[in-house]
Design a binder for this molecule. Structure first.
Ligand code: SAM
Ligand code: SF4
Length: 334
């Protein structure tokens, strides 16, 4: 599938749930905790049907997200089915990590079970190494579980483990070096992400926004000049740099400040209630659930729907244009 701007769409990010065991301020405002009714959430079978049809159209990479995907029941069964879909050769998960070290009756961690079902990469969100700050940002004092989860992922032998840190002034700007050290010691790929104006209007203010450029300067102040590494690529819009001396690579994901952010976008998103979104930073979304649940519609109709959505993929996001959030991030799938 190719959009009007020559992007080849190969990547589908799928949200399994809008539920979560954390309440991150920028993702899920505390005052709003109205989960979607179960009937509105796509079943695993419905999701797998979408993915099978997407794979026939050239989708080869799937990242499972949420909410917290590991809070959904029988999630390992889903991953087993997913890895058997022909054409899907790259499966990843985004998680807050807190449930990765949980053990089943055979003493196997969830991380190990995921690795055994064919998950290749794990992205763990970790904004701070300080218990108090973690509790303030996520609403839960479970930093210990998140770190145990990261360690379980390391032991499970995934191909790649990335740590994603949302940059927040007054919250974690003084911890950037510690987070770098944490990632270096564990051989993890750390990426710093700029806050985006999803979820609420208050989430991104002049006061709490810390740009990638500023974060880079803070890091360089102590660690020396970062050398650009355009040759390092992951399947997304990160820019990578090398830290002098250690050779450690770190990344920046600057949706707000990087004007080339959308140039290599190859992604669509499926929300847990069955909306296909061509772009995170646009209000466009298209209801796939209605077609999925219509007995008169065939796989061919769904394929046509995919192409229709790809046709409408915007050239770039609208975050820099006084974008007003419509959905919480937790209900889109980050
Ligand atoms: N629960 C999982 C997790 O925390 O990784 C997966 C879902 S979460 C919505 C996916 C990613 O979106 C996380 O890395 C989170 O930090 C990021 N995110 C959520 N709200 C954001 C915002 N307003 N700006 C930037 N990143 C955000
Ligand atoms: Fe939950 Fe992830 Fe959103 Fe935090 S960022 S509330 S962990 S879904």
């Amino acid at each position: 599938m190719e959009d009007r701007f020559g992007h080849h769409i190969r990547y589908l990010r799928v949200s399994l749930t809008d539920r979560c065991n954390e309440r991150c301020q920028y993702c899920m405002p505390h005052e709003e905790q109205d989960w979607l009714p179960r009937a509105e959430i796509l079943s695993y079978e419905e999701i797998l049907r979408v993915i099978r049809i997407g794979a026939d159209l050239g989708i080869s990479k799937i990242r499972i997200t949420g909410g917290e995907p590991l809070t959904r029941r029988n999630v390992l069964w889903f991953f087993e089915q997913l890895s058997a879909v022909p054409g899907i050769d790259d499966i990843g998960i985004s998680t807050n990590g807190t449930l990765l070290a949980r053990r089943d009756k055979d003493d196997r961690t969830t991380a190990r079970a995921l690795q055994e079902t064919g998950v290749r990469t794990v992205n763990v969100s970790l904004d701070t190494l300080d218990h108090k700050t973690y509790a303030e940002v996520t609403g839960r004092d479970i930093l210990g579980e998140a770190i145990a989860g990261i360690d379980a992922a390391r032991e499970a032998g995934f191909e790649k483990i990335k740590i994603n840190t949302v940059l927040m002034r007054h919250r974690n700007e003084h911890e950037l070096w510690d987070l770098i050290e944490f990632a270096r010691e564990r051989d993890l790929l750390l990426r710093f992400i700029e806050l985006m104006p999803v979820s609420t209007t208050e989430v991104l203010t002049e006061d709490n926004f810390l740009s990638s450029g500023e974060a880079k300067k803070i890091i360089e102040f102590r660690l020396g000049r970062l050398a650009p590494r355009p040759d390092v690529r992951t399947n997304g819009p990160s820019s990578y740099y090398e830290i002098p001396g250690s050779g450690q690579i770190i990344g920046f994901i600057g949706a707000m400040s990087n004007l080339h952010f959308c140039e290599t976008c190859n992604k669509l998103r499926l929300t847990c209630d069955g909306k296909l979104r061509p772009c995170l930073g646009s209000h466009l979304e298209f209801d796939m659930r209605e077609i999925l649940r219509d007995p008169d519609k065939t796989d061919r109709d769904i394929a046509r729907f995919f192409l229709h959505v790809v046709e409408r993929k915007p050239e770039q996001h609208e975050f820099r244009e006084n974008y007003q959030p419509d959905r919480k991030m937790i209900a889109i799938g980050g």
